[in-house]
Design a protein around this ligand. Structure first.
Ligand code: PXP
Length: 250
């Protein structure tokens, strides 16, 4: 089976910790648990306003956890400097607006190409695999490839919201866009990842797409962990991913 990698985003462990200050719940403890459960990587988003993950979280994780780190960040000079120092296994460039609650849309790789090309090249020369978080749109996939990024992460937020809202027509339309974007990315030689808003329900069709090789999931799993524990929540997600992938490949 073409196994789908699972990256766990632990930003919201930090959100809960920051609500009270101190160090509980500890992001390192969460990372160790995520590793024990068999996740393939840890994702953290170091936002400009440091609302959840902070510099020390990233430094500690990069220095002591034996699991690939995927650092999500805006394409700013400040983040470039941090990423060059830390040289994480992977970097995912995301658009960032101060007032948004979470990453709302994809990066505009097309109009940002001239700025992004050298920005990405320097990070990749430094040993990090760079992905661009983009909308499932063919022009954006082509632009990400032309910029020289090794990977793309397709924004699944619209699809997942449509599933949650029961808007099947919209869900089907966005799913077709995700499939087409994933195929083009793969044909162009890019690693194709996907993420944002994924739940036990919305993962089903996403995990079946053969060109997608990695999912990054956070908020839903940390929320589920309140009810069933992090281990059980991640295991259930892993099982659904494996089951539907296997069915789709037979
Ligand atoms: N991928 C990217 C690029 C993101 O920005 C986020 C949210 O930080 C995720 C994946 C995970 O999304 P969620 O927390 O909704 O699962």
């Amino acid at each position: 089976m073409n196994r789908l990698r699972l990256g766990i985003n632990i930003d919201h462990v930090a959100t809960i910790r920051n609500a009270r200050g101190g160090n509980h719940p500890d992001t390192m403890r969460a990372a160790e648990l995520v590793k024990k459960i068999g996740a393939d990587s840890i994702t953290v988003h170091l936002r400009e306003d440091r609302r959840h993950i902070r510099d020390l979280d990233v430094i500690t994780l990069a220095g002591s956890i034996d699991l690939p780190i995927n650092l999500e960040m805006a394409a700013t000079q400040e983040m470039h400097d941090i990423a060059l120092k830390l040289a994480p296994h992977a970097i995912c460039l995301v658009p960032e607006k101060r007032e948004e609650r979470t990453t709302e849309g994809g990066l505009d790789a097309k109009s940002g190409a001239n700025y992004l090309r050298p920005y990405v090249a320097r990070l990749q020369e430094n040993g990090s695999r760079v992905s661009l978080f983009i909308e499932p749109n063919l022009a954006q996939v082509q632009a990400a490839h032309d910029i020289g990024a090794r990977a793309i992460e397709l924004h699944t937020g619209k699809y997942c919201d449509a599933i949650t809202d029961g808007n099947i027509d919209l869900a089907n339309e966005v799913l077709e866009n995700i499939k087409a974007a994933a195929k083009l990315g793969s044909d162009l030689g890019l690693e194709v990842h996907a993420g944002h808003g994924i739940t036990y329900e919305s993962v089903i069709e996403i995990a079946k797409i053969p060109h997608i090789i990695e999912l990054n999931i956070g908020h839903f799993l940390i929320g589920e962990a309140i009810f069933v524990g992090l281990e059980a929540a991640i295991e259930k997600m892993r099982n659904i991913m494996d089951e539907v992938r296997e069915i789709a490949q037979t």
